[in-house]
Design a protein around this ligand. Structure first.
Ligand code: DQA
Length: 150
């Protein structure tokens, strides 16, 4: 079975390290990508790491993952709270989805407590900053190791 994991990042996550650092931390997205790659290597997982500010591009990437990725880790940023299109694309997948947020979305403004992505996700990791991505890789490694699905 393929152990390729698609890690998708949504809008404004390209600004990590300079954007609201008291909430999101000082790691840049490229720091997070590097740490994901090295952690994934130890787990025997191949990583395809991407970021876009475009909702339609995220939908297309999720569609393209059908039949090519063993799992998806997604931090859809603000689209988590608004995008039924991303939810529908995720629901069309038959591989596990793990949702990541750097911040604890439940401790913030009430509009962040609702996530459409969560409805399609096996689980959610929020509030651990950049470490959340590594925790998501650990979860995925277990899930694809046992052949579990969403
Ligand atoms: C975020 C939380 C979202 O509410 C916000 O819009 C983001 C980042 C996080 O990682 O904590 O852009 O997804």
């Amino acid at each position: 079975m393929s152990r390729k994991v698609l890690i998708l990042n949504g809008p404004n996550l390209n600004l990590l390290g300079t954007r609201e650092v008291e909430i999101y931390g000082r790691d840049s997205l490229s720091d997070i990508e590097k740490s994901c790659r090295s952690h994934a290597k130890g787990l025997g997982i191949e990583v395809d790491f991407r970021q876009t500010n475009s909702e339609s591009e995220l939908v297309t990437w999720i569609q393209d993952a059908r039949g090519t990725a063993a799992a998806i880790i997604i931090n859809a940023g603000a689209y988590s709270h608004t995008s039924i299109a991303i939810l529908d694309a995720l629901k069309a997948l038959d591989v596990p989805v793990v949702e990541v947020h750097l911040s604890n979305i439940f401790q913030r403004e009430s509009f962040r407590a609702e996530s459409y992505v969560s409805r399609a996700a096996k689980g959610l990791i929020a509030g651990f900053g950049a470490q959340g991505y590594r925790l998501a890789l650990d979860a995925i490694s277990q899930l694809i190791g046992t052949g579990a699905k969403t």
